[in-house]
Design a protein. Structure first.
Lengths: 242, 198
């Protein structure tokens, strides 16, 4: 596509670059294939909005940590690379945390430790180790963004399922207000703005009682297990032989 | 008595793995056999038990505005906490290498990876946000380490047995491990609501 514009030795956005972005979405997904970064993820998937904020934060940290590490890759001595990487990540996470605190305090309160836990999110560390230390900055940046997006994709799928069936709403808690999808009016906590209570969608399925299981952390485990099952059923290469 | 209650609460009621899903990466990766799971579990108990009080002292006397610098330095919290954890893990690694080379070899890469085990940093951040005192932080650290230990031993035992079952191919391995973890989380939930007074 765009490679016609810059067709020198290395196109700015050629096939390989596009692959770096799309591979982590499916066949090399950080969550379901590489098993990285499950730690801090699953606790934030009760609401879609929280998952969205978390995904944006991870995409940002992942992309820029990869970029910075890749720029410094020839200067970092091998023995202390872990510490250097941690410092880079911790710095970026601090930026995200302070920004979020200033932008939306209730969301910050809700996500609290989980933003901090992006530091120990194995995706970021894992991609730095596996890719950025050996590749050029632009490609590392794309790889970081791609992996962040792959993580965000799974996170949002889980969150949408959990929120619709567990709370009957979608995007509740977001600044522009959530909507009630199924079940009776579900607005409960103070900063939830439920705008769709009289839109009619809710009343069609008003017989639906919220499924308490979906609110529990355990449900995210089942959902991710099923996602892995579905993905591996149509992508046979990923099946675990052992 | 409060400390004991907090220990039990951290280990059972609010288990790091099964209630908060922290430390999942090494939990899933190292739980194929009981032997290695046991070694890693012990290492995590030790690291959590040590880093939590150290981080409490750092937070109280270096970073807070009543500390020795007299300034609010909490924005340095992440970097200092992770540095403490990384150095403690290094220490544990050297101790295990000296006293049990066989365990050291079987743990391999997963020992240094305790540094990025979310349960460790998560524990320290929980401790700050819940405003524990020094004694509480020791009890909470030991308790959550013990809870992590229990959880990884339990899933390793189940995974050793499930090898003999006929699981659908696409669900084999990782998918099944996730579902088992979910079921274990539900089982642990039956302990929820037990009020220990902390």
């Amino acid at each position: 596509m765009a490679e016609t514009a810059v067709q020198e030795k290395e196109p700015l956005f050629g096939k390989k670059e596009r692959k770096l972005l799309t591979d982590p979405l499916d066949s090399n997904n950080p969550v379901t294939v590489q098993v990285l970064g499950i730690c801090s993820a699953l606790a934030v998937t009760t609401l879609t909005f929280k998952a969205l904020v978390m995904s944006v934060a991870v995409v940002f940290v992942c992309g820029f940590a990869a970029l910075i590490t890749s720029l410094l890759r020839n200067l970092i001595p091998g023995q202390v690379r872990m510490i250097v990487q941690l410092v880079i990540i911790a710095g970026l996470v601090t930026i995200v945390e302070l920004t979020l605190k200033a932008a939306s305090y209730p969301v910050y309160k809700d996500l609290s430790v989980f933003i901090g836990l992006i530091i120990t999110n194995c995706i970021v560390m894992g991609r730095l180790e596996a890719f950025s230390l050996a590749n050029k900055p632009w490609r590392s940046f794309l790889d970081g963004i791609g992996n962040g997006l792959g993580y965000g994709l799974i996170l949002i799928i889980i969150a949408v399922i959990r929120e619709i069936f567990g709370k009957g709403t979608l995007m509740a808690g977001s600044p522009w207000g959530g909507i009630n999808i199924i079940g009776a009016n579900n607005a409960t906590t103070s900063y939830w703005i439920n705008t769709a209570a009289e839109s009619g969608i809710g009343t069609w399925f008003s017989w639906y009682a919220n499924n308490g299981l979906m609110v529990l952390p355990a449900s995210s485990m089942f959902i991710i297990g099923v996602i892995i099952w579905v993905q591996r059923s149509w992508n046979k290469d990923l099946v675990d032989i052992s | 008595m409060d400390a004991l209650n907090l220990f039990l609460k951290a280990a059972f009621v609010e288990n790091m793995v099964l209630a908060y899903f922290l430390g999942m990466c090494s939990y899933l990766a190292v739980s194929k056999t009981i032997k290695t799971a046991f070694g890693l579990g012990l290492a995590v108990i030790f690291v959590l038990g040590i880093t939590m009080p150290i981080n409490w002292l750092i937070n109280e006397y270096l970073l807070s505005d009543t500390g020795i610098f007299g300034q609010d330095l909490t924005f340095l919290r992440f970097i200092l906490f992770i540095a403490v954890i990384a150095s403690m893990v290094q220490l544990v690694e050297m101790v295990i290498e000296k006293f049990s080379p066989s365990l050291y070899n079987s743990l391999g890469i997963f020992l240094p990876l305790i540094t990025v085990n979310c349960a460790i940093l998560g524990g320290s951040l929980f401790m700050v946000s819940r405003e524990y005192n020094f004694g509480d932080s020791v009890a909470f650290g030991m308790g959550s380490g013990f809870g992590w230990f229990l959880a990884i031993i339990a899933i390793a035992a189940i995974r050793e047995k499930i090898k003999y079952s006929n699981v659908p191919p696409a669900l084999r391995g990782l998918g099944m491990a996730f579902i088992i973890t979910g079921l274990m989380g539900m089982a642990f939930m039956s302990l929820m609501g037990i009020d220990l007074g902390v």
